[in-house]
Design a protein around this ligand. Sequence first.
Ligand code: NAP
Length: 315
Amino acid sequence: MEWYLVLLVVVFLLVVLQKWWTGRFGYCKSQADMRGKTVIITGANTGIGKATALELARRHARVILACRNRNKAEATRDDIIKITGNTSVLVKEVDLSSLASVRTFAQDIYKEEPQLDVLINNAGTTGPAKRTLTEEGLELTFAANHFGHFLLTNLLLDLLKKSSPSRIVNVASMAHLWGKVDFDNLSGEKWYHEGRAYCDSKLMNILFTRELSNRLVGTGVTVNALHPGTVQSELFRSAPWFIKVLFHRILKPYLKTPYQGAQCSIYCAVSEDMARVSGQYVCDCRIQDPAKHGMDEGTAKKLWEVSERLTGLAS
Ligand SMILES: NC(=O)c1ccc[n+]([C@@H]2O[C@H](COP(=O)([O-])OP(=O)(O)OC[C@H]3O[C@@H](n4cnc5c(N)ncnc54)[C@H](OP(=O)(O)O)[C@@H]3O)[C@@H](O)[C@H]2O)c1
């Protein structure tokens, strides 16, 4: 066969594959209006968090952008207000990797917000190439992706319970498949790899969801974890150049846009289907089983106890 015919066939097959793959993406079909509801979204200044905030503002929610960089967050707030016309979009500063910052943020929320209907724990980082400890001595990836959200959620639980029915949404990842909770290496003291730390932290999100759901039975507060899909975002900003080329160039047509990546978060936050569902793992707006080690009740319980101790919730 002539080379140009081979090329044509390859291009044709790639286009068919792309159409088939992107056609499988799940969308939130609920039209639920969020008027009168207050939502907090962490890491809402860009990527999936920003797209989620935009959609919830479009549905008339009061949206609190919980971000670490005030300038970026204010620019996002202005964008969202301009697009949706909803002026109830606020910025509140919080650095999830700092337990002190999380505590100050939660105190401000209690002072200023009479209700909280949805908490979306979305902020996440792939972590630095070199092991980094936070001011409180925690490994940075675990601190930002797990411990900060663990503390934040626990501190806001009374408000969520008071506002019930209310929902907590934890943005995890299918990267949990490759994760492991090594209780002897929680600050990377024995060894550290940024990719492993990310996967482990995303497994923690799923185990945290499981244990929290058990503890919330009968309160009217639900909690679910999700995988948003592989999404064009800034997540790989500190990754090596070849990872960036792979995700931002070669695989781009096969990845979700932030709008598509936000669908699962929106579904868990607003859909009538999810009103009484708790402790589940959702992908493409469908409930699925996480990996077997994401359903281990013993590890989930132990992680809870260790997290309580390391975040200062229990002595
Ligand atoms: N993109 C994907 O393919 C993918 C796949 C599976 C799961 N996820 C998950 O989806 C979530 C959102 O990620 P994304 O893809 O939208 O990435 P992104 O574009 O990099 O957004 C991450 C957000 O988290 C914020 N953040 C990071 N560390 C923080 C900290 N210590 N305190 C407060 N905010 C912090 C970032 O703030 P700054 O802008 O100030 O850094 C940013 O707003 C993450 O939990 C990620 O693990 C993403």
